[in-house]
Design a binder for this molecule. Structure first.
Ligand SMILES: [Zn+2]
Length: 122
């Protein structure tokens, strides 16, 4: 007698990790169907996010479910560093710490006449 063309599976099988939804191989653990009303191997599929949400471009990561591009974050950090070191904000050379006076109007380049430090942030 040939085996049943419709092997027995449970309603929950369609939400199980081992269930393939393939008509030729429904379940990788129980290819011939279940013999009882329950399956001890049942593993619920964790709801998968959409493929686009899983995709992460290089240099990016998820933080609190939001895609954050690292380069932008890095730029922000550099800007904060600038606030700490740039003579426009500190009034002195970040290299030799000689005071650099601002001109009127305020100069675009804050090159240091003492050590030769050149403001290349602009
Ligand atoms: Zn200097």
């Amino acid at each position: 007698m040939p085996s049943s063309p419709n092997p027995c599976y449970l309603p929950q099988c369609s939400t199980c990790e081992f269930y393939t939804h393939n008509p030729h191989l429904r379940c990788t653990l129980h290819p011939l169907g279940l013999e009882s009303e329950e399956c001890l191997d049942f593993v619920a599929i964790f709801p998968l996010p959409e493929p686009e949400e899983q995709w992460q471009p290089e240099g990016a990561a998820y933080y609190n479910g939001e895609l954050v591009l690292q380069p932008r974050q890095q730029a922000l950090t550099e800007q904060l560093d600038l606030l700490d070191t740039h003579p426009l904000f500190t009034g002195r050379c970040p290299n030799c710490e000689m005071p650099i006076d601002s001109t009127h109007p305020v100069q675009v380049h804050w090159d240091c006449l003492n050590c030769g430090w050149i403001d290349d942030s602009v």
